[in-house]
Design a protein around this ligand. Structure first.
Ligand code: BDR
Ligand code: CA
Length: 311
């Protein structure tokens, strides 16, 4: 199995991604989960990460708390999407598993220093603050990262937090800029992909039909999350953004994209956090990211439902 660290700001869709990864030990070895401030403040994201590990029956998974705010800006949160707790929807128990003592950034640095070079993949499901802070503090770890697979950005689908920007990149554009300039192989799941990964009614029914605690929780999260998106975007169900990252690691053939140059806007107030993606290759800037544009949604959901049903 591939060794991964999940960097996350749960978030209902982050929660489903974590469950999917923890349900896939033959493909993925989760070395740890690092929480970051994003959808809701850090006290809630680290707590939510522990709730999800317990729900998966994996309370031994190490969870670390990381940065409580972006590198240079004030934190912007998304309670309007995820509710006050970040995991609104079902009733969830208070977690009893411990939070690790170490800071998430130290865990990232130490793990990358100790593991053989090129054997650890970072899965980023929130603002990129923890990862960019680790790279800034310990630049020698950058070349040791195997790959970063992240949810963030948009091209044709433009923005969901401003007209120009996607939430994860917008919250910490300086951190995203560091990651996109790092030279590490990047696989990027933008809104162009995730807005096609919709939780339609039959898909939500499939989670509920599992008759398990996990299946019921995923269905309740999807119902909560969906209210917002269906009203706002008029789409047939809500996008399950972050699980696309995990699905890609398990079955990359589900996704289609292009290896292109992507740069992050950090200066303009109007388009702050925009992922300027050279989709049509109109510049000669070197490609730095595999930027996805499409997925086979039925294949994605059959993989997701199969993995979630194991828990
Ligand atoms: C991203 O922002 C968060 O609200 C979701 O968890 C996802 O990571 C989508 O823009
Ligand atoms: Ca997220």
């Amino acid at each position: 199995p591939r060794k991964i660290i999940i960097d996350t700001d749960p978030g209902q869709d982050d929660a489903v991604a974590i469950l999917m990864a923890l349900a896939s030990p033959e493909d993925l070895e989760v070395l740890g989960i690092t929480a970051v401030a994003g959808n809701v403040p850090l006290e809630l994201t680290e707590r939510n990460a522990r709730i999800v590990c317990e729900l998966a029956g994996k309370p031994g998974t190490p969870v670390y708390a990381g940065c409580d705010r972006p590198m240079k800006r004030k934190l912007v949160t998304a309670e309007h999407v995820h509710g006050k707790t970040g995991l609104d929807g079902p009733d969830l128990p208070v977690p009893t598993m411990p939070l690790q003592q170490a800071h998430a950034v130290d865990f990232l640095i130490e793990t990358l220093r100790e593991a053989p070079s090129g054997t650890v993949t970072l899965c980023a499901l929130g603002p990129l603050t923890n990862i960019a802070t680790a790279f800034t503090r310990a630049p020698e770890i950058v070349e040791r990262v195997q790959e970063i697979v992240l949810m963030g950005g948009a091209y044709f689908e433009v923005g969901n937090i401003t007209p120009a920007a996607e939430f994860n990149i917008y919250v910490d554009p300086e951190a995203a800029d560091i990651v996109f300039r790092s030279g590490i192989p990047l696989a990027v799941m933008p809104l162009d992909v995730t807005h096609k990964a919709l939780t339609t009614a039959p898909r939500i029914d499939a989670f509920r039909a599992m008759g398990t605690k996990v299946g019921n929780n995923v269905a309740a999260w999807a119902d909560f999350f969906e209210r917002f998106d269906v009203e706002k975007y008029g789409s047939n169900g809500a996008p399950l953004h972050d699980p696309c990252v995990i699905a890609y690691l398990i079955e990359p053939g589900i996704f289609e994209g292009r290896h292109i140059n992507v740069q992050i806007e950090t200066l303009s107030e109007l388009t702050l956090g925009m992922t300027v993606a050279d989709w049509w290759r109109v510049t000669d800037h070197a490609p730095n990211a595999m930027f996805f544009g499409d997925l086979d949604a039925d294949r994605f959901y059959s993989l997701l439902i199969d993995r979630i049903s194991r828990l």
